[in-house]
Design a protein around this ligand. Structure first.
Ligand SMILES: [Zn+2]
Ligand SMILES: [Zn+2]
Length: 347
């Protein structure tokens, strides 16, 4: 196996400063350390968080992109898990195996593992360095499907937190990539009805293809009205802004769970809740936060087998030089855009 030759490698890497000011630099990647790998980036998905960085969070130019598929090009002297030419996906956060949480079997509570977040080039670059700890082999899958592995792990976490039963009536509020993937997984778990809510007709059409029994737009029907048709929902999965949560609690059946992910960096994270509805309705409000990034092998299996059909969700692809266009396409959902992928080696 070819180990690191200690040379610095030149790559083109993208940086962003708010609002949507994308620049490119030719930078030298440091040689991988003993436990690192160097990757060519085959594909990187645009996440809602990337859009937040580009729109409002980046005060200075910074590298970004964390939904990464790469090909291993160089390995450090201590790396044995992967070899040259292997296709891999990256965990955006990893556990350490060594702290009390990890040793007590709660790796899901540990984020102390070595990650790639502080590297000079991230997913929107031709190449990057990552600790091998964050690398998960992804053989026999198209990079344009594997690019969903990390967000699919987010959807898996949400579904696990929801503990969907065999006959549960499920409502999916918000049909972005996470909501749609959660829908596809939920379809495998319940024989009860699954209903999806979203403002976009295009997204609702995808939800139908992924197995939703019914769809509706909140422009025409309220969550409350929809719930009345089904006698309430047993599980409500919310990937929409937190403001919809109170209405979802109302729409939840006796004993139901409302599970949410998502944030509103513009201050919408603070809402008021009817705690009596929760208490006397035996309802639970649960949050899902897939950090560290677990379940990537399961996610790859779901994507590889088509249980989560990537081709319905990854709607657009762009070259690295068109990154700004790619970001705006995702932001404005141009041409029915759902998940937008960047292929840095396709320029
Ligand atoms: Zn993401
Ligand atoms: Zn740990």
């Amino acid at each position: 196996m070819t180990k690191s030759d200690g040379k610095w490698q030149m790559v083109k890497a993208a940086y962003v400063k708010k609002p949507f000011d994308v620049t490119f630099r030719d930078i030298e990647l440091r040689p991988p350390g003993p436990c690192d790998v160097r990757l060519d980036v085959a594909a990187c998905g645009i996440c809602g968080y990337d859009l937040e960085i580009a729109e409002s969070l980046a005060n200075e130019p910074r590298p970004f992109g964390h939904e990464i598929v790469g090909i291993v090009r160089e390995v450090g002297s201590a790396v044995t898990r992967v070899t040259l030419g292997d296709q891999v996906v990256l965990e955006s956060g990893t556990f350490c195996c060594d702290c009390d949480n990890c040793r007590n079997g709660r790796v899901d509570l540990c984020n102390k593992g070595a990650g790639f977040g502080s590297e000079s080039a991230l997913g929107f670059a031709e190449g990057m360095i990552s600790p091998s700890r964050a690398v998960v082999p992804a053989p026999d899958i198209d990079p344009l499907a594997a690019v969903l592995a990390e967000p699919c792990g987010v959807a898996i976490d949400m579904v696990r937190v929801a503990e969907i039963g065999l006959t549960d009536r499920v409502l999916i509020v918000g049909a972005g990539p996470i909501g749609l993937m959660a829908l596809a997984i939920a379809r495998r778990l319940t024989t009860g009805p699954i209903v999806a809510a979203n403002r976009s007709e295009g997204r609702l059409a995808i939800a139908r293809r992924l197995g939703a029994d019914a769809v509706f737009s909140p422009r025409n029907t309220s969550v409350r009205e929809c719930a009345a048709q089904y006698g309430g929902f047993d599980r409500i999965l919310v990937t929409a802004p937190p403001q919809v949560i109170p209405e979802c609690i109302e729409a939840a059946a006796y004993g139901a769970y409302v599970v949410f992910i998502g944030s509103d960096f513009a201050g919408g994270g603070v809402i008021s809740l009817d705690t009596h509805a929760l208490h006397f309705g035996k309802k639970q409000l649960r949050s899902s936060f897939a950090s560290p990034a677990l379940y990537l092998p399961q996610a790859l299996h779901l994507l590889r087998t088509g249980a989560v059909p990537a081709a319905d969700i990854v709607t657009h692809r762009f070259a690295l030089s068109d990154l700004r266009e790619a970001l705006l396409t995702a932001r404005e959902r141009r041409d029915g855009a759902c998940k937008v992928a960047v292929l840095p080696r396709e320029d």
